[in-house]
Design a protein around this ligand. Structure first.
Ligand SMILES: CC(C)(COP(=O)(O)OP(=O)(O)OC[C@H]1O[C@@H](n2cnc3c(N)ncnc32)[C@H](O)[C@@H]1OP(=O)(O)O)[C@@H](O)C(=O)NCCC(=O)NCCS
Length: 148
């Protein structure tokens, strides 16, 4: 697929919000994760938000927090594009962005169905985040460690 990757800006917020809310993995039992959650313009200024697009259409994006403990905050591929390798390309892009900033460990709190994806990407599961508040399910915690 001939997608391009670029830093997203606050102007992309509506398109990325639509993409995020359209992903069926967050409908049904995991819907509370996005209830009351909004992307903010500040996030785009502060974090590394990178989107993939083709023909002017957003296909996926990630958000990497680099202040404090580095963490992969958001990772979404549109339903119609899932399973085509875009998630892996976004993940490798994120890993390269982290490495370029001297970050050697990125925390990832995974949606349970995405656990196999993060394992496949070489992240190491180090624990479990217990249910809290509106999140009534346990979430796998991973670290991506990069050396060298
Ligand atoms: C998780 C997600 C980002 C993966 O992106 P994707 O484009 O579907 O994945 P890819 O096609 O790049 O897959 C890369 C590899 O991971 C594997 N993989 C992908 N999703 C997987 C899953 N849920 N479980 C196990 N393996 C998975 C693929 O089989 C592929 O393996 P291969 O290299 O042996 O062929 C995407 O499915 C998604 O947005 N899901 C819904 C939102 C979500 O849960 N995001 C994570 C929030 S923590």
């Amino acid at each position: 697929m001939s997608e391009t990757f670029r830093r997203a800006t606050a102007a992309d917020l509506p398109a990325l919000d639509r993409l995020m809310r359209g992903v069926s993995a967050y409908h049904g039992e995991f819907a509370p994760m996005l209830d009351g959650y909004s992307l903010t313009p500040e996030q785009f200024a502060r974090d590394i938000v990178v989107m993939a697009e083709a023909a002017g259409q957003a296909l996926g994006f990630y958000s990497l927090i680099i202040e404090g403990e580095p963490e992969l905050d958001l990772m979404f591929v549109a339903d119609a594009t899932q399973g085509t390798g875009l998630g892996a390309r976004l993940f490798r892009h994120m890993a390269a962005e982290a490495k370029a900033r001297g970050i050697d460990a990125v925390k990832i709190i995974s949606n349970p169905p995405a656990e196999g994806f993060y394992r496949r990407m070489g992240a190491e599961r180090i624990g479990t985040k217990r249910p809290k508040g509106r999140i009534t399910w346990s979430q796998p915690i991973f670290y991506l460690r990069q050396t060298g």
